[in-house]
Design a protein around this ligand. Structure first.
Ligand code: 4AD
Ligand code: MG
Length: 499
């Protein structure tokens, strides 16, 4: 009450006593500080020093607002409630800061405690102001948004998503929503999560004792989508250029720092494009995202750049990144990607000193897939830049990829990034119905299941191409986070679907 009266007497804008003052976000206050203005801010306490200086954050920026309290003006009981993580509403005057470290500060006139935070409880959480391991932060994914690192990561994640939509919108692409529940296995890898409404303990049976899937909700077996590509192709063959951007599910049991069971994928698909056009589009797209983040997320990027630099220092010399995070983004934005065929990549590996000294764990041979150690060698040791590998053997790529003249390889492309590995996978699609039908046979795909996809090849079929960007892998690259679980709010991985 004491503080309220104080405010009433000192405020020039006394009209605001009748009408609550409009809250201003900290990002806006700091961007355009109006010295002498009476303002209201709401946020959470990061720190309260000497019963005088509150560092307030509201999530709008990595920067905090310093609020200065004249403790003689307030009840001790009230001041005691200003603890780390408590939520406050403050009004006061914006003044030039008396101290170093910030340009402006808030001279507090009124304090309202919106939500208290018990210091004993805070001690047990990631909100305790000290360095925590990323593993500990993952266990508290519900609270880790409150930390500087995750605030920065998730603001940047948003910016990457926005940049993606902006890039495609500006180029005249249409955003297509493809289904999440589907009957098809687009990638043919069989790594699908089944969606079922049948009673698992007591399923309906057919006469011969098999589970009767015709009794399923959809009258057949369905699963969560592994890719929106097949549906995107249908739309691209009418709308010209489309992209999907949605959740994607893969039940692959890979507990690595680059795999999620639920991740987001961006899949553009363009009629009349061939593999070269596809590579050009990918390269322009990935460069655009890097530039967008450098231009629009400077404060968060600076914080993550320092964080990454500290991490690098704690690694052994030979595992350190030669470039800082921002330099890596600049590098990708400003240098052409190296483009080589799979066959050239195999030759290169076979002729490398690394191979001759038997330093690879897995064998290198034409016709076997590249392992991540081979990809890393090409990107990080041989070329030291993003690499696009094209024209892989048909045998380990999907059925829909366009067969090359040699009859052995397909018009596939993988984009490999330093520190990440495969970030994009794509191809020119097989537009010739006869060859596609042959491929279905080879891959044991029943025509009846894909009749709708095959049918587009009958009505004005044209060359077309597209690719899929692993959204989280891109967010890893631009934030410098080394585990994919730390760039998605609530990671789903084998044995883990908490929150
Ligand atoms: O290479 P993939 O499997 O390609 C497709 O799904 C095609 N249908 C794309 C297309 O041509 N439209 O996946 C594309 C990208 C990978 O390069 C990788 O970045 C990411 O998706 N990805 C994963 N990201 C996180 N966790 C996983 N389990 C992933 N699997 C693939
Ligand atoms: Mg792939």
């Amino acid at each position: 009450m004491h503080s309220f009266i104080y405010f009433c007497y000192t405020s020039k804008e006394y009209i605001s006593i009748l009408k609550p003052m409009k809250r201003i976000r900290i990002v806006d206050i700091l961007k355009n500080p109006e010295i002498g203005k009476e303002i209201n801010v709401k946020g959470w306490v990061r720190a309260f020093r000497s019963n005088r200086f509150i560092q307030l954050t509201d999530g709008s920026t990595i920067n905090t607002l310093q609020a200065v309290v004249d403790f003689e003006q307030f009840d001790e009981a009230l001041l005691k409630k200003i603890t780390t993580a408590a939520a406050l509403s403050l009004t006061g005057t914006l003044i030039e800061s008396q101290g170093a470290g910030q340009a402006v500060e808030l001279q507090v006139a009124t304090i309202e405690i919106l939500g208290e935070a018990n210091p004993d409880d805070v001690q047990k959480t990631v909100m305790q102001p000290k360095k925590h391991s990323l593993e500990f932060l993952r266990e508290q994914a519900h609270l880790r948004f409150r930390t500087n690192t995750f605030g920065a990561v998730f603001r940047i994640r948003h910016a990457v998503a926005y940049a993606i939509h902006k890039f495609f919108n500006d180029k005249g692409f249409f955003y297509l929503h493809t289904p999440i529940i589907t009957g098809s296995d687009a990638e043919g890898a069989g790594e699908m999560f089944r969606v079922s409404t049948l009673d698992a303990k007591n399923p309906p049976l057919t006469e011969d004792g098999e589970v009767d899937f015709s009794k399923e909700f959809f009258g057949k077996q369905v699963n969560l989508t592994v890719s929106g590509q097949l549906e995107a192709e249908l739309a691209a063959l009418a709308l010209g250029q489309v992209y999907t951007f949605g959740p994607t599910f893969r039940a692959e049991n890979s507990n690595t720092s680059r795999h999620l069971a639920e991740f987001w994928m961006v899949e553009p698909e363009v009629a009349f494009n061939d593999l070269n056009d596809n590579m050009d589009l990918t390269e322009e797209f990935l460069k655009y995202i890097c530039n967008y983040i450098m231009d629009n997320c400077a404060d968060d990027l600076k914080f993550l750049d320092d964080r990454d630099n500290t991490e690098q220092q704690s690694k052994p010399q030979n595992e350190r990144n030669e470039l800082r995070l921002t330099e890596r983004l600049q590098f990708v934005a400003n240098n052409p990607f190296k483009r080589i065929t799979y066959t050239e990549a195999i030759d290169l590996l076979l002729n490398s000193a690394h191979y001759k000294k038997k330093k690879f764990k897995f064998d290198v041979a034409w016709g076997t897939d590249l392992q991540s150690e081979h990809e890393r060698f090409l990107v990080e040791k041989e070329f030291k830049c993003p690499v696009i590998i094209t024209d892989y053997p048909a045998s380990f790529k999907a059925f829909y990829m366009r067969q090359n003249e040699d009859g052995k390889t397909v018009a596939a492309m993988d984009v490999l990034f330093p520190g990440i590995g495969e970030i994009v996978g794509g191809s020119q699609r097989e537009e010739r119905l006869d060859i596609l039908l042959e491929k279905c046979k080879v891959f044991n795909i029943h025509e009846e299941e894909l009749w709708w996809y095959l049918e587009t090849r009958k009505f004005g079929t044209v060359p077309h191409a597209g690719f899929g960007l692993g959204f989280e892998r891109m967010v890893m690259f631009v934030t410098g986070m080394s585990n994919i679980r730390d760039v998605i709010p609530f990671p789903r991985t084998p044995q883990n679907a908490e929150f």
